[in-house]
Ligand binder design. Structure first.
Ligand code: IMO
Ligand code: MG
Length: 423
């Protein structure tokens, strides 16, 4: 069985924990989009890990992790991740990690451009500053540098020279900044190439061959539905297809080989960075939930904006994402609340509607129509059986399920591996 795990909101839904759990039963875990903008947290006992480029299953011994062609790989960030795991006693061998020969490489000028473009924008996106947008832009503009190019010094030299010729002019004329020196980047990246080479292969051929041998694959989405370049709150999105559509192009595994899509959904909503957020809390409630849910970006440390659960968003995500099952994450964060609100529709200019709108003014100005439910006001962390949940918590879950129209299979009630209820 080949499964996709995606986020159904604006990222940070708890995909890391979910993937860590599900990866126990699969052979291979594949990242198919995004880059080191992702921050997937896995907690094992007292050990706390945050993965940016490495698939969250990397802690599972004997399992293979793949960084697919749809991922933009920052070699510096990736090697830092590998080295920091090594310091903690976890060695990653080429048998365990495979990187797509045709993945694109994040270059120092991508990171610079990310920051400079953001600075110049009147309406900031609030990017993670990891060079993701500029790297994907170069991929589409056809001046990107791929892993395979990096491994061939002659090709790399030519491509880097071409890029610097154009980019250095741009840095000078548009941003009034100094550019980059060929020699420095060349030497730095040749060093990365030497270290990464053992891991690089045609991962599309590898994964398809393993599927043919009846091995099971888990595709790990980064970010979330409303950060998808096509379906998200554009332009306040990331630069890749975060939804199931990204799997095929980002891994080379055809849609017919995908059997199930599981979406991670936070029991409330968070967003980091700029952009519309209809159910955002007022300042007091925002601070309360942020503190309880430790809602600070795992990549940038920025405080996440928090709000009520929005079924208009998740229902839309379920439609375009083909969700088969939901995993409700961080339900325990709501443990102390007296009442809990769920958004079931939006109201705009006197009209009520249940479908998400791509019109910027509508999403910015729409007022959520809420339903209120009583809270359970008791800790859920020790419960492992759905029937043992307080009736208010069961009602909340059942109502979420009804509003979204997709069965809820997993309910996470704590950050530890075993703090999960499977229905
Ligand atoms: P995970 O995988 C939450 C957001 C940024 C910004 C926008 C564009 O941990 O859920 P980018 O650097 O991608 O160009 O930034 O997307 N963003 C995320 N928000 N979780 C993430 O990843 C994110 N990755 C990017 O905050 O608003
Ligand atoms: Mg995250």
């Amino acid at each position: 069985m080949n499964i996709v795990v995606v986020g159904a909101q604006w990222g940070d839904e708890g995909k890391g924990k979910l993937i860590d759990i599900l990866s126990k039963d699969v052979d291979i875990t594949v990242r198919y989009q995004g880059g080191s903008n992702a921050g997937h947290t896995v907690i094992v006992g007292t050990e706390h890990y945050v993965f940016h480029l490495l698939p969250s299953a990397i802690l599972r011994k004997g399992k293979v992790c793949v960084i697919g062609n749809g991922v933009v790989v920052d070699p510096k960030a990736l090697l830092e991740e590998i080295d920091s795991l090594k310091k903690r006693g976890i060695r990653i061998s080429p048998q365990q990690l495979k990187i797509a020969v045709n993945s694109h490489i994040v270059m120092p000028y991508h990171r610079s451009l990310d920051g400079l473009r953001e600075k110049m924008r009147e309406h900031k996106i609030g990017t993670t500053g990891r060079g993701i947008g500029p790297c994907y832009a170069d991929k589409v503009t056809r001046c990107g540098i791929r892993m395979v190019d990096l491994l061939n010094p002659r090709v790399f030299e030519n491509k880097l020279k071409d890029n610097l010729r154009e980019k250095n002019e741009y840095f000078k004329k548009v941003f009034n900044q100094g550019g980059f020196h060929f020699d420095e980047i060349y030497d730095e990246y040749m060093g990365y190439a030497r270290r990464l080479k053992p891991y690089v292969c045609d991962t599309a051929l590898y994964v398809n061959a393993e599927i043919a041998r009846k091995k099971s694959v888990l595709f790990e989405g980064a970010q979330g539905a409303f950060l998808d370049i096509d379906f998200g709150t554009y332009p306040f999105v990331t630069s890749s297809n975060t939804m199931v559509g990204g799997v095929a192009s980002g891994s080379g595994v055809a849609p017919v080989k995908i059997h199930k899509v599981i979406a991670a959904v936070k029991a409330y909503t968070t967003r980091v960075g700029e952009g519309p957020f209809p159910t955002e809390f007022d300042a007091k409630m925002d601070n309360e939930i942020r503190a309880k849910g430790k809602e600070f970006g795992a990549t940038t440390g920025r405080p996440r904006r928090c709000g009520w659960f929005d079924s208009v968003l998740v229902r839309y995500a379920a439609t375009v994402g083909g969700f088969n099952e939901l995993a409700i994450m961080k339900l325990d964060v709501l443990d102390e609340l007296k009442t809990i609100k769920l958004c079931k529709a939006y109201k705009y200019k006197g009209k009520t509607f249940k479908d998400y709108s791509h019109d910027y003014e509508v999403v910015c100005q729409a007022k959520p129509v809420y339903e209120e439910m009583p809270g359970w006001q008791t800790p859920l962390g020790k419960i492992r059986d759905f029937r043992k949940l307080p009736s208010q918590a069961r009602d909340y879950i059942n109502r979420m399920e009804e509003l979204v129209g997709v069965p809820i299979k997993y309910i996470s009630i704590g950050s530890e591996r075993d703090e999960i209820i499977v229905r």
